[in-house]
Design a protein around this ligand. Structure first.
Ligand code: R5P
Length: 291
């Protein structure tokens, strides 16, 4: 197995390779003046089982195009097989048609990877597992135990794990299996046109408690802000936030901190100022089972 760290995941790819004792393939890349991406593999991949590691956080379109170029080039240069490791899968939130006529972008991603011939697909806490079957030999690993363990190491064992919506209940449950302070969830609705988030008032029984909001991703921060406001209103003593994919667009981090969240912790699926937990060990473990 050899590892090709894509431009969006250079250090993560190298960390995974190190854990697998696998060779790292050099990647030369640049952006042409008109915005198009250039990719060149600087080492041979002929006859090898190749693992391409390329996350697709912002700039999503550029990172996706580089992913497709890397997978296709590895095959063209004679790779025996190619596994696409896409720690954060862009376009995964549109996994169904909310309004008639919408593109189902998550399925489009799967079709593109399949049509390039990818033999396998590894991702981390995919937004909705229902799309996984569309991908070639999919593996979806979770980084929630690692995130929760980080908080335990920081002295937060016994904290209450809060899911900001019912889609994150399993995440809060998994976090609770480490924190052991109980878990709960909120009922969130998002306007499909404006994106505005509203959260239903719900008694959580968290007075005086340390609360950690767990979600798969933080984008604008709107979801975490609403959840934090509600937790503080109900008497939470301290509120933290944790997510796997810290997209943190448009001043999200400041917005969340201003809402009273003490600290935000994310993983390195998307490099960010809060990426304190590495997903390399869980990805390396999943890959080692595939050899
Ligand atoms: C939605 O279902 C996701 O799990 C996240 O809650 C959401 O994408 C976060 O987005 P934002 O930070 O913009 O509220």
């Amino acid at each position: 197995m050899i590892v090709v760290p894509g431009p969006a995941s250079t250090s993560l790819g190298e960390e995974i390779a190190k854990l697998l004792s696998a060779k790292v393939v050099g990647v030369e890349h640049k952006t042409f003046p008109d915005g198009e991406s250039y990719i060149r593999l600087t080492d041979s991949v002929r006859g090898e089982k190749v693992v391409v590691v390329q996350s697709t956080g912002p700039d999503q379109n550029k990172n996706l195009m580089e992913l497709f170029l890397l997978v296709d080039t590895a095959y063209r240069l004679g790779a025996d097989s190619v596994i696409a490791v896409v720690p954060y899968l862009a376009y995964s939130r549109q996994h169904k048609e909310y309004r008639p006529g919408e593109a189902i972008s998550a399925i489009t991603m799967a079709k593109l990877l399949k049509s390039l011939g990818a033999d396998g697909f590894v991702t981390v806490n995919v937004h909705d597992e229902s799309i996984l079957g569309e991908f070639p030999n999919p593996v979806n690993v979770s980084a929630i135990t690692q995130l929760a363990s980080h908080f335990v190491e920081e002295g937060m064992a016994g904290a209450f794990a809060l899911a900001p919506d019912d889609g994150a209940v399993d995440i809060a449950k998994e976090a609770d299996s480490v924190l052991r302070g109980g878990y709960g969830w909120l009922e969130k609705t998002r306007d499909v046109i404006t994106g505005e988030v509203s959260v239903e008032e719900k008694r959580l029984g968290i007075e005086g408690r340390v609360v950690i909001i767990f979600d798969d991703m933080i984008s604008t921060g709107g979801t975490v802000v609403k959840a934090a406001q509600l937790a503080l209103k109900q008497g939470a003593a301290r509120v933290f936030a944790a997510c796997v994919h810290p997209l943190l667009v448009g001043g999200a981090l400041d917005k969340i901190l201003d809402a009273g969240v003490e600290e935000v912790v994310g993983t390195n699926t998307v490099p960010s100022p809060v990426s304190r937990v590495s997903v390399a060990p869980v990805i390396a473990e999943a890959l080692s089972k595939q050899v």
